[in-house]
Write a protein that binds this ligand. Structure first.
Ligand code: ATP
Ligand code: MG
Length: 328
């Protein structure tokens, strides 16, 4: 019963099981009013399941969700009026035009005809979709579809916007436009909850990030705190032609101050609290018969923090996602 009126979203003890899979296993977090909160995690982590429970599309097994202070299990309709929802797959009608889709959504939220038409025109303009306004939604490109889906979610000027991977699978220009729009909405005071697997996106946009892995939040931190952890961290990536795990073990034995990990059979990752002497490490490996094909320092970023927190290689996470059908 915490009546913190600064919290836009309050989630406690959320669990969800699908027949064979425990998709969400005890998720707790709060999102403050006006905050842009990111849910970052790999495939199957439970991001969509969580956002679907927050927006009322999936019923949790246990747990409480309060949106704008309203308990969603008691008053789902009132909670939904506060929300704009952008699902990972569009929910708009392929047979209606862009303009008609927006007006239809406006009608669902009870906007008067003149108001919803004016708002639809305004949003089409914001998203550079004026020329496509009279075309059927089904014929839109992926990026145009995503933009119109976001426009539709904004038709009633919601207090809280939920977006499930808003920039996945669309081109760079459309993704950039969406990020700029989200930054603008945040500036205007809209609370935003978004899921993403793009670390750079979370880093650039979010105030706070929750890392979700296997249905559990492993960490929630302000982006500024996460980035602070990267200062003073030195990271290097060494590529060898083979035997990375064995070479990595030898490195770790000889240089106890370094944290070494074999990322694959050909890649070693070295972390240290002080600058690393590249030449010394390459020499050591070559003396043990390794063929070092590349050794480079990596600028520590949020990605490094993510790897340390979750043990998941961010690049692998992105590749996996694109393989799964996200590619533009
Ligand atoms: N309707 C469903 N029926 C059965 N299993 C499901 C269902 N929805 C999700 N799951 C399972 O729950 C787990 C979490 O899935 P979820 O879609 O929430 O992950 P995600 O983090 O959104 O992943 P992605 O990055 O691929 O979108 C997965 O193992 C998934 O297979
Ligand atoms: Mg998902």
């Amino acid at each position: 019963m915490t009546a913190d009126n600064q919290a836009a979203i309050e989630v406690h003890g959320l669990f969800k099981r699908f027949v064979e899979v425990q998709a969400v296993s005890g998720v707790d977090f709060d999102v403050r009013k006006g905050e842009l909160f990111g849910f970052l995690g790999p495939n199957g982590a439970g991001k969509t399941t969580t956002i679907n429970m927050l927006t009322g599309l999936v019923r949790p097994d246990t747990g409480t969700i309060r949106i704008g202070g309203i308990d969603c299990s008691h008053n789902p309709k009132a909670a939904q009026r506060l929300m704009g929802i952008v699902p990972d797959d569009s929910n708009l009608y392929p047979e209606l035009t862009g303009f008609e889709n927006l007006c239809f959504c406006g009608a669902l939220y009870g906007l008067r005809k003149a108001v919803r038409q004016a708002r639809a025109r305004e949003l089409l303009d914001t998203f550079s979709l004026v020329e496509a306004a009279g075309r059927k939604f089904g014929g839109y490109s992926k990026g145009m579809k995503r933009k119109l889906t976001i426009a539709a979610a904004l038709i009633h000027d919601p207090e809280i916007l939920f977006l499930d991977e808003p920039t996945t699978g669309i081109d760079v220009a459309a993704a950039r436009q969406i990020r700029q729009l989200l930054a603008g909405l945040r500036g205007a005071g809209t609370t935003i909850f978004l899921t993403t697997h793009y670390i750079e996106e979370a880093e650039r946009l979010c105030n706070r990030i929750a890392f979700i892995v296997s249905g559990r939040i492993v960490r929630t931190d302000p982006v500024t705190d996460l980035l602070r952890q990267t200062s003073g961290l030195h990271v290097m990536q060494i590529t060898v032609s083979s035997r990375a795990p064995a070479l990595c073990q030898a490195l770790a034995g000889a240089f106890p101050r370094l944290k070494c990990a074999a990322v694959s059979d050909v890649q070693i990752r070295v972390e240290a609290a002080e600058p690393v002497r590249v030449g010394e490490l390459v020499h050591f490996l070559e003396e043990r018969g390794a063929e070092v094909t590349e050794a480079r320092k990596i600028q520590p970023s949020l990605e490094e923090v993510f790897v340390r927190i979750t043990g998941i290689e961010a690049a692998a996470m992105k590749r996996e996602k694109e393989k799964a059908g996200g590619g533009s």
